[in-house]
Design a protein around this ligand. Structure first.
Ligand code: ATP
Length: 238
């Protein structure tokens, strides 16, 4: 069976600087796949390319058998790929509810949108309690919940999360990771970019280590979590 997402020999450059140097990986429906690696490895560039925000230099991206190369960002959202970006990028002056509505900008089913906003409030009660408040008043972890809630509003077949744990307290981080686990149990397919390798590998079915634009190691989350080189480089062990 064909994977939901297939990335083949993808290369992406900023001018002359090649940030992604020919990576290949796939994501099966129902899986959580993680890309781990340090700052500058090319993880964010990869996600932005999958979303249609950057154009690949070479390679092939296929989603549900359809080639995504050259497809516009809006169309990619409508095909079922949602992106919760690094740094959350919520709209601080808009209310929480308005931010969620923006995640449904391509949908016309008003009743369905209202139901999904209610589901977001069930999943994240704090968002419901503060629905009329400016999103900028939320804490970092709450803003991350909003960013995830907003991405889910497009009813994605694949949810891409870029460093959801960034800048969060350990408790908030655990909460966000638990939410990702719940989404996985509910059948959501997730591509997770993380610098927190321990947390990401613990819940991922498969993982790939990225280093300066290349995938240097791949395995199940479990395999990578116990891999000696991963433990040394990313889990802070001697
Ligand atoms: P981070 O966690 O910091 O986002 P990352 O693994 O996601 O790291 P990228 O942000 O994809 O890495 O960056 C990959 C490389 O591309 C880095 O060398 C970075 O400096 C470079 N880069 C990223 N954005 C740009 C840009 N807009 N213009 C030029 N170079 C860029």
């Amino acid at each position: 069976m064909m994977a939901l997402l297939e990335v083949e020999d993808l290369r992406v450059a900023y001018g002359k600087i090649e940030a992604v140097k020919g990576i290949s990986f796939s994501v099966e429906a129902g899986e959580v796949v993680t890309l781990i690696g340090t700052n500058g490895a090319g993880k964010t560039t990869t996600l932005r390319t999958l979303s249609g925000l950057l154009k690949p230099l070479a390679g092939k991206i296929t989603f549900e058998g359809q080639v995504l190369n050259g497809v516009g960002a809006h169309k990619i959202v409508s095909m079922g790929l949602a992106h919760s970006p690094e740094g959350r990028r919520i709209f601080p002056r808009l209310s929480i509810e308005e931010n969620l509505q923006l995640g449904a900008f391509l949908r016309k089913d008003t009743d369905g949108i209202a139901r999904d906003i209610d589901s977001a409030y069930e999943r994240f009660p704090i968002l419901g309690e503060r629905r009329r408040q400016a999103a900028g008043t939320l804490s970092g972890g709450e803003q991350q919940m909003l960013a995830m809630g907003r991405a889910l509003m497009s009813r994605p077949k694949l949810l891409m999360l870029d460093e959801p744990s960034m800048g969060l307290s350990p408790i908030m981080m655990q909460k966000i990771m638990a939410t990702i686990s719940e989404l996985k149990s509910a059948g959501t397919t997730i591509l997770l970019v993380e610098q927190n390798a321990q947390a990401a590998l613990s819940l991922a079915d498969h993982g790939h280590v990225m280093e300066i634009g290349s995938i240097t190691l791949s395995g199940t989350g479990e395999e990578l979590l116990h891999d000696e080189s991963v433990r040394k480089a990313y889990l802070g062990e001697d």
